[in-house]
Design a protein around this ligand. Structure first.
Ligand SMILES: [Fe+2]
Ligand SMILES: [Fe+2]
Length: 241
């Protein structure tokens, strides 16, 4: 994780400044909505990870969680750098606060917020396991129709700087996914009693819900109007993940 150290400003966005106003209207609206969701995901990670860390007693895992929280700050900072460079302050605020006007976005943000709040309200072992599963799904599924959109834009010769920021973010998210995967599988050995048939079934349901939401979101923000992508590809890719 430490070898992944980077800062958003090391990526040059001057081509993106030229590309952004020339994006097709479907591309621009997808860019804005996806960024708005990603800002939310990384911000809530920064805020929530210390709550999890407080209940982890393995010091080496806590160190990793601190590095992860720091990286989530860098991710938020990179969105802020992208928006400050590419848009006017008014456009930037519109993008940041799209959840106020976009019901689909608000519904998703509320769902994730509620998962995390559950653990704020009930600090017991089964709820900790659920919040860790929520992290695993967030790191492994929720970011990915967004990432897919940025990579596709860049493959079409647009917004290459934004795609580079996303590549760096993606590399960090992979380590976060592995961290939570290992926390959960280690916990399975240490506390097998937590993994009853019922609770495993509930975790599976969470994953299924997460996958369905990500596909619905991808269909909503990307749909069939972006050159190089379509609904079927979104469904296939998210199910593959
Ligand atoms: Fe992140
Ligand atoms: Fe992350």
């Amino acid at each position: 994780a430490m070898n992944n150290f980077w800062i958003p400003e090391e990526i040059n966005l001057s081509q993106d400044v030229k590309d952004y106003p020339r994006l097709l209207s479907a591309e621009r609206s997808a860019y804005d909505k996806i960024l708005s969701f990603l800002v939310f995901l990384d911000s809530i990670q920064t805020a929530n990870l210390p709550n999890i860390g407080a209940y982890i007693t393995a010091n080496e895992v806590n160190l990793c969680l601190s590095i992860q929280a720091f990286q989530e700050c860098v991710h938020s900072q990179s969105y802020s750098y992208m928006l400050d460079t590419i848009c006017s302050p008014v456009e930037r605020n519109d993008i940041l606060y799209q959840w106020k006007t976009d019901e689909h976005l608000l519904r998703r943000n509320t769902f994730i917020g509620d998962c995390y709040n559950e653990f704020q309200e009930r600090k017991d072992a089964p709820t900790l396991l659920r919040v860790m599963m929520a992290n695993y799904i967030l790191e492994g599924i929720y970011f990915y129709s967004g990432f897919m959109f940025f990579y596709n834009l860049s493959r079409n010769g647009k917004m290459s700087g934004s795609a580079q920021e996303i590549r760096y973010i993606n590399r960090d998210e992979n380590t976060h996914l592995w961290l939570f995967r290992n926390i959960i599988t280690e916990l399975q050995k240490e506390q097998p009693g937590l993994f009853t048939a019922e609770s495993v079934q509930a975790l599976r349901e969470m994953m299924r819900e997460g996958v369905e939401q990500e596909i619905a979101w991808g269909h909503y923000v990307i749909g069939d109007d972006i050159p190089g992508l379509n609904r079927q590809m979104i469904s296939d890719y998210i199910r593959y993940l």
